[in-house]
Design a protein around this ligand. Structure first.
Ligand SMILES: [Zn+2]
Length: 413
């Protein structure tokens, strides 16, 4: 039924950089220049808004950039390579359009040390020498990298990023691949939770990550120790390095578990259904506003922290692209009554959910772990939804049965 088609695969390859002292200083300076340009442009937009003027578009901002580079007060900007400065303006433009589309909050000023990065948007601006594990960047020269695996496809752009005291280069690539056919034909529903990270409708259970909780005490102690030191003293620097190391370890452990879990699920099942929970809404403003303070702030912020700690959004993102690479699908279903419906007799009642963990039907007596019941109901809801989407697509030939159409149908709902 499915035609073999080719599809475009976008993939990023990330390597750790091994800069010398001079290169590291330069990279910090370049990232600082990009941050300055972003903040300067944001300040300008805010000022224009305060005066009732329209926000400047990308082209207008680029003109401003030229004037800043020519201005004697900010002449040091001219020392940074020009290529990464313009993407900083692009970032601001995205931040604004995300804000206007209500996908994100109002753009904020960037702070030193947070997401230090700069990007080369065009492959003619850098050179890649994989045989010798090095990359050439304007004004930096050849930089050594830890080339863990070779890049596949055409390199489109390059980003240099600092994270927890280490520098990384990330290469965004594009290539044509044959539309894969998933080796499996099974479908599965997943219930994501706090006590169990993921419960599959086939009974598989993934334990919670809790990576942050485990390291939380150590991190808090390290942060306290850092705050007791005199800022910028050598002991402060040591304490800061310790905090950074702990942050890095937490991040690595979490990513590792998420990747292992999402890989296993995407290999075993061609069709994966998840609840269409708005993770962002759940984790948004537990504290409420000053006019309407939130209820249960303590428990909610605890739950929020757990949700963020669990990385549900990241997990979904990984599942989605891994399934797509293998020719499978991730489909979100609305979370209506998934936790209250009996999978045995169909009875819908809040009383069925005896506790956070226990489900027992008031009608037929069916009893199971509540998360497993949730996963089974998600699978059923998903089957119903998927069937109607496919038949819709078949009924209107223009829509075809392409993955992208199904994806769009899912997004519209
Ligand atoms: Zn029942």
């Amino acid at each position: 039924m499915w035609k073999i088609e080719s599809m475009q695969r976008l993939q990023a390859f990330k390597y750790e950089l091994v800069p010398d002292g001079q290169q590291e200083r330069q990279m910090r300076r370049f990232a600082g220049s990009c941050r300055f340009v972003f903040n300067q442009a944001l300040a300008l937009q805010k000022e224009r808004y305060a005066h009732g003027e329209k926000t400047l578009g990308y082209a207008g901002l680029c003109k401003m950039l030229t004037s800043w580079r020519n201005n004697p007060d900010t002449a040091w900007l001219a020392e940074a390579p020009v290529h990464p400065l313009q993407p900083a303006l692009k970032d601001l433009e995205w931040a604004y359009s995300n804000f206007f589309a209500q996908r994100a909050g109002f753009p904020r000023f960037k702070k030193k040390g947070q997401h230090d990065s700069f990007r080369y948007p065009d492959p003619t601006q850098f050179k890649l020498d994989q045989g010798n594990s090095r990359v050439f960047l304007p004004k930096l020269g050849w930089l050594r990298d830890r080339n863990s695996r070779d890049v596949d496809g055409t390199v489109k752009s390059l980003t240099v990023r600092q994270s927890c005291g280490q520098w990384f280069v990330s290469l965004q690539t594009e290539r044509e691949v044959e539309q894969p056919r998933h080796p499996s034909t099974t479908a599965v529903g997943i219930d994501l939770g706090v006590a169990r990270f993921a419960t599959l409708s086939d009974g598989t259970v993934y334990a919670p990550l809790n990576s942050f909780k485990r390291h939380e005490t150590a991190l808090r102690k390290a942060q306290q120790a850092m705050s007791r030191k005199t800022t910028f003293s050598s002991n402060w620097k040591k304490a800061k390095a310790r905090v950074q190391r702990l942050h890095a370890r937490i991040g690595h452990a979490r990513r590792d578990v998420l990747h292992k879990t999402s890989t296993a699920i995407s290999q075993n099942h061609a069709l994966v259904f998840v609840e269409d929970l708005q993770v962002r809404n759940l984790s948004k403003s537990a504290a409420g506003t000053t006019e309407a303070p939130g209820r249960n702030v303590r428990t909610k912020s605890g739950l929020n922290k757990s949700i963020l700690d669990q990385g549900w959004a990241e997990f979904r993102r990984q599942l989605e692209y891994k399934l797509e690479w293998r020719g499978g699908w991730l489909i979100a279903v609305p979370p209506q009554n998934t936790s209250r419906t009996c999978p045995c007799c169909g009875q819908v009642s809040a009383a069925n959910r005896r506790s956070q963990a226990r489900f027992a039907c008031v009608e037929c007596g069916f009893a199971e772990h509540a998360d497993l019941v949730g996963a089974i109901n998600i699978l059923r809801a998903g089957h119903a939804r998927f069937a109607c989407e496919v038949s819709d697509a078949v009924r209107s030939p223009a829509a075809g049965t392409h993955r992208s159409d199904l994806g769009a149908a899912q997004c519209r709902a």
